[in-house]
Design a protein around this ligand. Structure first.
Ligand code: ADP
Ligand code: MG
Length: 729
């Protein structure tokens, strides 16, 4: 199709009218280039396409026939009915049979042409060849069934009136080869998508030059973009079906690497933009005075990973490149003290430090911890949250602006309410997944390029870290401080609840506290009795009568939520019934039991995060995972991972493997970049490769050539908004 380029809107493509274009737009396909990247989700080998007369017993073949009749007949076995199709092509008659697929009568009608593919039976020479349970696809019209045995076809609305005809290219695209199977989009059947892509590629539509440097393509022996797109949609003769299905054909590799390469360039460019001129910052050195101070402040010996992280941070403080670092460590691994010691370096040199926490309770806890550590050494720590009274808040803002406040702890008030710093040198963001990239950038910009440390307790597999936080360098705390008692984890079903209640009462009897987690705020039909408020009433009137019990969840007004949380933190409550709002950060060392009802509804990483809320003191703690109803075998096996290990990173890997990245992080706030071809889990090795190639490329003269300029412009267009790339970056 001469004249068609990747920028051509799909509604101008033959066979795609305004109505279908609208359906395509809903899945993000607006231009021909988008459509070209909508890859088949599987392939079918229909290469043996033959006239009926040539079919032999035992063949795997595909044949296009005209349907003469369709009948359903019972068999002697109860519940077994056979659908029989009779038809023919120019060379002779053929039969096809399916077991129990009576609905086929609605789909396959006499007079229609259908493509059958599968195993052929022909018991003797003159017999009518028969396909047993074949896959099929209607040739005329735009309905499609690609494989026998899958879900019944949805009623097909067909094309809108006035929709242009698809111009089906016939068997050339649909049989006699390895055939691509696409996910249906609105009224665009897999077959119609195949037709459209076939015409697009055959017709010689321009596909654009691609975004991989020629040098890299040559060095790695990759196909050109055009070759890759052609092959990935219409695999060449003799291609390995298995390789294509695993997305490991050369064509797939090229497209995956290309997509990651552009992304990785975006990350590097973001990083390069953080290079700021900071005269004097290189004097943030560690001298003897500072060493003495640190020794005084430190309440314990650092673990070796805490020491490593600090050494890296201290080094980066002296670099002209602003620090953008992620400190990842399991709950309880001791991230706070790393941030506090790093802060000492900055404060020692006269600059200010800000720490931003996601909730008021957390901010208050940090404030208390940090004040206890630093005020004895005459370091001035202030708290800035929305909870301050007007006068107090004015004074605090003033103290921050004048530079009197050296360490400012707060919530997002730090970025919202016009807080001005005199000289912000170092910003720390705790529990980062609650904040967006834009928010942390805002905080850092308050400091004209302050160093940034992001702390997260959500251990995520490295592959996801690269995609989610690829603009940050990574430090990991992979060990817990010594002497920590691991939380022991028990799995019970609802029959075990009386024992669970007894356990909670026993701990409370010893002066300890308990978290009681329910999956829902309100009742639902699907999970009766699982709502926080209902469970709160039942528990406080029944098994926990006489104990001090309260509840929180996300819809409790913020002020009341804060009040309940701090009542629990200060020991005024025995049992807190809650949703996962308690997941983040709250530190109540006196809490020694955590019960989670309907534990099978939670992700492993989330359960791990939850149980990290107990065992923060010196007493042994227990997490009791109560499974609801009749747990499936696989649900139990999943939960047993938690019994077996307390290594958050291992749990995260398992969870990711079981649930896939979308669910793993929660689809809405996942923040996973929207890749079209690549998959960060399946293709992790390519992301690593792309990162290395991208950084080499940017550092080489190639980046300044015409090709380089074109590629970088494409990066800005694709990722500029997400990464805040400026024109020069
Ligand atoms: P998290 O990484 O979950 O934020 P914290 O920083 O809150 O963990 O630390 C958890 C607890 O461990 C705190 O009570 C802290 O004082 C203590 N802690 C941290 N580092 C060490 C260490 N090296 N030795 C002993 N205790 C430590
Ligand atoms: Mg913490």
């Amino acid at each position: 199709m001469p004249g068609i380029t990747p920028d051509t809107e799909v509604r101008f493509l033959p066979g795609v009218g305004p109505r279908r274009a609208a359906a395509l737009a809903e899945v993000g396909i607006v231009r021909a280039g988008d459509l070209l990247l909508r890859l088949p989700f599987r392939y079918e080998d229909r290469s043996a396409h033959r006239p009926v007369a040539e079919l032999a017993d035992g063949d795997s073949a595909a044949t296009e026939v005209l349907i003469a009749s369709l009948s359903v007949r019972p068999t002697r076995r109860r519940n077994l009915r056979i659908v029989e199709l009779r038809g023919h092509d120019a060379s002779g008659p053929v039969k096809a049979t399916w077991f129990n697929q009576v609905h086929l009568k609605q789909i396959l009608r006499p007079g229609q042409r259908v493509l059958l593919f599968g195993k052929v039976k022909k018991p003797f020479a003159g017999a009518v060849p028969e396909f047993a349970n074949p896959g099929y696809e209607l040739v005329t019209g735009e309905r499609e069934r690609s494989a026998a045995g899958s879900a019944p076809l949805l009623p097909d609305a067909g094309g809108a009136p006035g929709e242009p005809a698809s111009g089906d290219p016939g068997p050339g695209a649909h049989a006699g080869r390895i055939v691509p199977i696409y996910e249906r989009v609105g009224s665009l059947t897999p077959r119609l998508l195949r037709t459209t892509l076939h015409r697009l590629l055959e017709g010689g539509a321009a596909v654009g030059p691609g975004q991989l440097p020629e040098e890299l393509v040559g060095r790695m022996g990759l196909p050109s973009r055009r070759q890759a797109l052609e092959a990935v949609h219409f695999p060449p003769d003799g291609a390995s079906l298995a390789e294509f299905e695993r997305r490991r054909s050369g064509a797939h590799q090229r497209l995956i690497l290309e997509e990651f390469f552009v992304f990785a360039l975006g990350l590097r460019m973001r990083r390069r933009q953080d290079r700021v001129d900071r005269p004097g910052r290189h004097t943030f050195t560690v001298d003897d005075d500072l060493r003495d101070l640190v020794r005084w402040v430190l309440p314990f010996r650092l673990t070796s990973s805490q020491r490593d992280a600090l050494a890296t941070i201290a080094e980066e403080f002296q670099s002209p490149l602003a620090m953008r670092r992620l400190l990842q460590g399991d709950v309880g691994s001791g991230k706070t003290i790393v941030a506090v010691i790093a802060a000492l370096i900055v404060i020692h040199h006269g600059a200010q430090v800000a720490l931003m926490a996601p909730t008021e309770v957390l901010a208050e806890q940090h404030f208390a911890t940090i004040r206890a550590l630093l005020e004895p050494h005459r370091i001035r720590v202030v708290l800035l949250t929305a909870g301050l009274g007007a006068a107090e808040r004015r004074d605090t803002l003033q103290a921050v602006a004048s530079g009197w406040a050296q360490f400012v702890v707060g919530t997002h008030s730090l970025i919202q309410d016009g807080a001005r710093f005199r000289d912000l040198g170092f910003a720390v963001v705790d529990e980062q997944h609650r904040f967006g990239v834009a928010q942390r950038r805002t905080l850092v910009e308050r400091g004209g390029g302050a160093d940034l440390l992001v702390m997260t307790a959500t251990p995520i597999p490295r592959t996801l870290t690269m995609a989610l936080h690829g603009d940050l360098d990574l430090s990991e705390l992979r060990e817990l401080p010594p002497g920590r008692q691991p939380v022991s984890t028990l799995i019970r079903d609802s029959a075990g609840l009386p024992e669970v209640y007894a356990r909670v009462r026993e701990e409370v009897g010893k002066g300890r506290q308990a978290f009681y987690v329910c999956p829902l705020i309100e009742e639902s039909e699907e999970l009766p009795g699982a709502g926080v408020e209902a469970r709160f009433r039942e528990l406080s009137e029944g098994p926990f009568r006489g104990l001090r019990v309260d509840f929180v969840h996300g819809r409790v007004p913020a002020a009341r939520r804060e009040a309940v949380m701090s009542a629990f933190a200060s020991g005024e409550l025995d049992v807190l019934v809650a949703t996962t709002v308690i997941e983040v950060g709250v530190d109540v060392p006196n809490a020694t039991v955590m019960v989670v009802e309907h534990a099978e509804r939670f992700g492993l990483a989330q359960l791990h995060q939850l149980r990290g809320r107990v065992g923060r003191g010196s007493d042994p703690a227990t997490a009791i995972l109560v499974v609801g109803g009749k747990p499936t075998e696989s649900a139990l096996r999943r939960l047993q991972v938690l019994e077996a290990t307390t290594d958050g990173f291992r749990i995260a890997e398992e969870d990711l493997a079981i649930r896939g990245p979308g669910d793993f992080l929660g689809t809405r706030q996942s923040g996973i970049p929207p890749f079209r071809v690549a998959d960060i889990v399946r293709d992790a090795e390519f992301l690593r490769l792309a990162r290395k190639e991208a950084s080499d490329f940017l550092a080489s003269p190639a980046a300044a050539t015409d090709e380089g300029t074109r590629i970088l412009a494409h990066v800005r267009e694709t990722w500029g908004e997400r990464f805040g790339l400026t024109a020069g970056g």
